[in-house]
Design a protein around this ligand. Structure first.
Ligand SMILES: Cc1cc2nc3c(=O)[nH]c(=O)nc-3n(C[C@H](O)[C@H](O)[C@H](O)COP(=O)(O)OP(=O)(O)OC[C@H]3O[C@@H](n4cnc5c(N)ncnc54)[C@H](O)[C@@H]3O)c2cc1C
Length: 705
C-alpha cells in the first residue's frame, strides 16, 4: 500500500503515528522533514542513497517504500522477498549522526511492533532493553527522553529546556531570556531600547524624542513650535506671542499693548508715556515711603496736593536724587526719534523748552518733541545733578517781574512748581531750577537725549515741513522748529587747547557731581570776568553750594587768579562795582588767595602745567562767555517776531518758515521798557535772564496755532 499524501508524524512521544505510517507505507514526514517516508511512486529512481554504504545500494534501489533520515535511506520495504511472507523491511544498523541514530531506533522500534512483518534489522539496531518504567540503561525512554522529560540535548518533547527555552533560546511564549521575541520585542511590544514596532517608546516618543504627531515631551515639534504654533518662548513663526506681540512688545502693526509704536508714539495722542509715567510713579512711591516722604507730608497741609508732592520731592535731598536718577533712566530708554513728521521740534532741553512745552499742553496742543544734544535733560541749570552754583537772580515768590521790584525772577510759566516753592535761600541753586525744568519736561514734552542738532533744513523758504538734521546724520521732520539752545557753547580763547589742565566752566561744574571735586588743584586761573568767571571763583574758593563730599585737606586751593580786564582788583572797588550777590568773592581779594589780573589772558599748556601770561597754574578754567553756532539754512535771517499787539516774543525765519528762536537763543536786544529799568540793563548777565524771556516764550506758545 502506498499514499501520495504526506502525513506529519511525531517520534518524540508517540510512536503509533510512525508505526501506522510504516504499516500503510504512506508518505510521512516529521515536521522538519529530516525524517520522512516515501512510496516508490513518489520517488525518482535510481534512488539517491546519500551516505548509505554501497552494500545496501541494490537492495534499496529495489524498494517500494523508503524511509530517509535527511538524504540517506535508513529503512526500506521490499515486496515479496520471502517465500513465506510476501514482504520484508530492511533497516541497516549503520551509525550516522546522533539524530539519524534516533531516527533509526524509532523506525526499528515501530517496525518491531508491526505484527506479521519480516524485518531485517541490523544487529546494532536490536531492540533496546527498557526498565519497567520504560527507560534504557542511559536513562532515556524509547523516544529519547529521560525521566524528567528531557532528551540528551536537554530539551523536552516540545523542544524546551529546563528553563523553558527552545534551541533558539525562546520560551513557549516566544520570548528569550531577556524577554524579547524573535523580532526583538518584549511582551509589551517594546524592543531592548524601549521602542515598539512603530518606533515609539512607552511614553509614545520616538528615538528623537517626538511623538506620533511630531511633538516632543515639552510639546514642541522639530522646528521648536508647539501644537498652537508657538515656540518655547511663546512666539510663533512670525515672531508674535499669543497676544499678538513680538519680542519687543509690538504687534504686527508696530504698536505695543498700550497702543504706542517703537518710536514711543500713539497715533491718536502723539505722545510717549514712559517718562511722565515714571515721574508719577516715583512721586507716588516717594509719597508712600517713609524714607522719602517727610517733606511731602509736611507740605501737603500747606500747599495744593500736586504742588506739595513735587515741591516736597524737590526739598528732600534723597527724593530729589531718586527722581533725578529715575528720570535719567527713563529718558535714556526713549532715545528713538519718530519716523513721521511731528508737529513741533524744540532744539535744546532747557528752561525755555520746558516753558514752551508746558504752555502748549495747557492749550490743548500735543507735546513737542525736544532734541537735546547731551545725555542729561535740563539745560544750563541741570548741568549737575547736585547743586554746584548759586543763581545770580534772587529767589522771590509770586508772579514774574523785573529785577529791583522784589518780584519773581526765576519763574517758569506753566510749570507745576516754581523755584520759590523749593527753597527759601536768597539765591537758590542751579539744581533747584534744574529739578523743575526736568519735571516740567518730563510731564509736558517728549525729550530725546544724545540728539545734537547740526542744521535746520528748509527754513530759508516757506515750507510745511522742516528738516532737522542731527549731528549723527539722523533726520527729524517737523512742521515747526523752535531753537532753544540758550547761550550756546563756551568760547575758547585763541590758542587755549583744551586738556585735563585747561577746562571749560561747565567742565568745572561737572566735577561737583563727584566727591572731593577740587582734589589735585592748588593754583588755578579763571579766564573771564563775567558771571561764569565769578561763579567759577565761588566754586574754587569753597563758597559755592557744598553738596559734594569735600574737605579742606583735599579741596583747598592756595591761589585763584581771575583774568578779567573789566573787573575791580581790590575789595573796596569790587564792593562798589559788583552786585552784593558776588560780594563774598570780593572779600577774598583782601587775602592772597584771590587776585584779579586785569589783563587779556594768553594761555599756553606746557604739558605739565599751564602758563597764563607769566604765571604758572596747574588748572585753567575757561569762562570767557558763550557763542551760539549758526544752524540755520545758509543765508536765512531770523528777525524779531511780534505778537499781534506788538510784543516782541522771539525770532522767526524771514522766509516765513515755521522756524523760531526762543529764550536767550533769540538774542533779543533790550526793549525800550527794559532800557528804562537801570536794574535790568546795569547787569550784563540780565541779557539772558529767565525774567526777560519766560513770558515771551509762554506768550509765543499760547499764540501759535
Ligand atoms: C553760569 C550761569 C548762571 C546763570 N544763572 C542764571 C540765573 O541765576 N538766573 C537766570 O535767569 N539765568 C541765569 N543764567 C542764564 C541761563 O542760561 C538762562 O536763563 C537759561 O538757561 C536759558 O534757558 P534755555 O532753555 O534757553 O537754555 P539752556 O538752559 O542753556 O538750555 C539749552 C540746551 O540746549 C542744548 N543744546 C545746545 N546746542 C544744541 C544743539 N545743537 N542740539 C541740541 N541741543 C543743544 C544744551 O545742551 C542745553 O541743554 C545763567 C547762565 C549761566 C551760564
Amino acid at each position: 500500500m502506498s499514499s501520495t499524501t504526506s502525513t506529519t508524524v511525531s517520534i518524540r512521544r508517540d510512536i503509533s503515528a510512525l508505526r501506522d505510517a510504516l504499516r500503510n507505507r504512506g508518505d510521512f514526514a516529521i515536521s522538519t522533514r529530516n525524517l520522512r517516508g516515501q512510496a516508490r511512486l513518489t520517488l525518482r529512481y535510481p534512488l539517491f542513497t546519500g551516505r548509505l554504504p554501497a552494500e545496501y545500494s541494490d537492495s534499496a534501489q529495489s524498494a517500494d517504500y523508503v524511509v530517509f533520515s535527511y538524504d540517506t535511506p535508513i529503512a526500506w520495504h521490499l515486496a515479496g522477498q520471502d517465500a513465506e511472507r510476501d514482504e520484508a523491511w530492511i533497516v541497516p544498523g549503520t551509525p550516522y549522526s546522533r539524530t539519524t541514530t534516533q531516527h533509526q531506533t524509532a523506525v526499528s522500534d515501530a517496525l518491531y511492533s508491526l505484527p506479521g512483518n519480516y524485518v531485517y534489522i541490523s544487529p546494532d539496531l536490536a531492540p533496546t532493553i527498557y526498565d519497567s518504567d520504560g527507560y534504557n540503561s542511559e536513562g532515556y525512554d524509547r523516544y529519547g527522553y529521560n525521566r524528567y522529560g528531557y532528551n540528551e540535548d536537554g530539551y523536552d518533547s516540545d523542544g524546551y529546556n529546563e528553563d523553558g527555552y527552545d534551541e533558539d533560546g525562546y520560551n513557549s511564549d516566544g520570548y528569550n531570556e531577556d524577554g524579547y521575541n524573535s523580532d526583538g520585542y518584549n511582551s509589551d511590544g517594546y524592543d531592548r531600547y524601549g521602542y515598539n514596532e512603530d518606533g515609539y517608546n512607552e511614553d509614545g516618543y520616538d528615538s528623537d524624542g517626538y511623538n506620533r504627531y511630531g511633538y516632543n515631551e515639552d510639546g514642541y515639534n522639530e522646528d521648536g513650535y508647539d501644537s498652537d504654533g508657538y515656540n518655547r518662548y511663546g512666539y510663533n513663526e512670525d515672531g508674535y506671542n499669543r497676544d499678538g506681540y513680538n519680542e519687543d512688545g509690538y504687534d504686527s502693526d508696530g504698536y505695543n499693548e498700550d497702543g504706542y509704536n517703537s518710536d514711543g508714539y500713539n497715533e491718536d495722542e502723539m505722545r510717549r508715556p514712559l517718562v511722565a509715567g515714571q515721574l508719577d510713579a516715583s512721586l507716588a512711591y516717594a509719597a508712600r515711603s517713609a524714607n522719602y516722604s517727610p517733606a511731602i507730608s509736611a507740605l501737603s497741609s500747606r500747599m495744593p496736593g500736586n504742588v506739595a508732592l513735587l515741591a516736597g520731592a524737590a526739598v528732600w535731598p534723597a527724593t530729589r536724587e531718586m527722581i533725578d536718577r529715575e528720570l535719567d533712566i527713563a529718558w535714556a530708554r526713549e532715545r528713538a526719534i519718530p519716523s513721521f513728521t511731528v508737529p513741533e521740534v524744540i532744539i535744546g532741553a532747557g528752561v525755555h523748552a520746558a516753558i514752551y512745552s508746558a504752555i502748549r499742553v495747557a492749550n490743548g496742543k500735543p507735546k513737542p518733541l525736544v532734541l537735546e544734544r547731551s545725555d542729561r535733560v535740563g539745560g544750563t541749570f541741570a548741568i549737575t545733578r547736585r547743586p554746584s552754583f548759586y543763581l545770580n537772580s534772587g529767589n522771590y515768590p509770586g508772579l514774574l517781574g523785573r529785577p529791583g521790584q522784589g518780584q519773581a525772577l526765576n519763574y517758569l510759566p506753566g510749570a507745576e512748581i516754581q523755584p520759590s516753592d523749593v527753597s527759601s535761600a536768597q539765591y537758590g541753586t542751579n539744581a533747584d531750577i534744574g529739578f523743575i525744568v526736568r519735571a516740567t519736561l518730563a510731564r509736558y514734552a517728549d525729550v530725546v537725549t544724545s540728539a545734537g542738532v547740526r542744521a535746520i533744513g528748509n527754513d530759508d523758504y516757506e515750507s510745511s515741513e522742516l528738516q532737522v538734521r542731527l549731528t549723527d546724520g539722523r533726520l527729524v521732520y517737523a512742521r515747526r522748529v523752535l531753537d532753544a539752545r540758550g547761550l550756546g557753547d563756551p568760547i575758547i580763547p585763541d590758542g587755549a587747547g583744551m586738556s585735563e589742565r585747561v577746562i571749560t566752566f561747565p567742565d568745572l561744574l561737572r566735577r561737583f557731581d563727584g566727591d572731593f571735586p577740587l582734589q589735585g588743584i592748588r593754583r588755578a586761573a579763571i579766564i573771564g570776568g563775567g558771571d561764569s568767571g565769578k561763579v567759577s571763583a565761588e566754586c574754587l574758593l569753597g563758597i559755592g553750594p557744598q553738596a559734594s563730599m569735600s574737605v579742606g585737606s583735599l579741596d583747598y586751593l592756595d591761589r585763584v587768579d581771575i583774568y578779567g580786564p573789566q573787573l575791580a582788583d581790590t575789595a573796596t572797588e569790587w564792593y562798589a562795582s559788583e552786585r552784593s550777590r558776588y560780594s563774598q568773592v570780593g572779600s577774598f581779594l583782601k587775602t592772597r588767595r584771590l587776585s584779579v589780573i586785569r589783563e587779556r589772558a594768553r594761555v599756553v599748556d606746557t604739558g605739565t602745567s599751564v602758563l597764563v601770561n607769566e604765571q604758572s597754574y596747574d588748572t585753567v578754567i575757561v569762562a570767557a562767555g558763550f557763542t551760539l553756532p549758526d544752524i540755520s539754512s545758509t543765508g536765512t535771517f531770523y528777525s524779531r517776531y511780534e505778537s499781534g499787539n506788538g510784543l516782541i516774543l522771539a525770532r522767526k525765519a524771514e522766509s516765513g518758515a515755521e522756524s523760531y528762536r526762543i529764550g536767550p537763543a533769540a538774542a533779543l536786544p533790550f526793549t525800550d521798557a527794559e532800557e528804562r529799568e537801570p536794574a535790568v540793563i546795569s547787569r550784563a548777565e540780565n541779557v539772558a535772564g529767565i525774567f526777560r524771556y519766560a513770558a515771551r516764550t509762554a506768550a509765543l506758545a499760547a499764540s501759535l496755532d
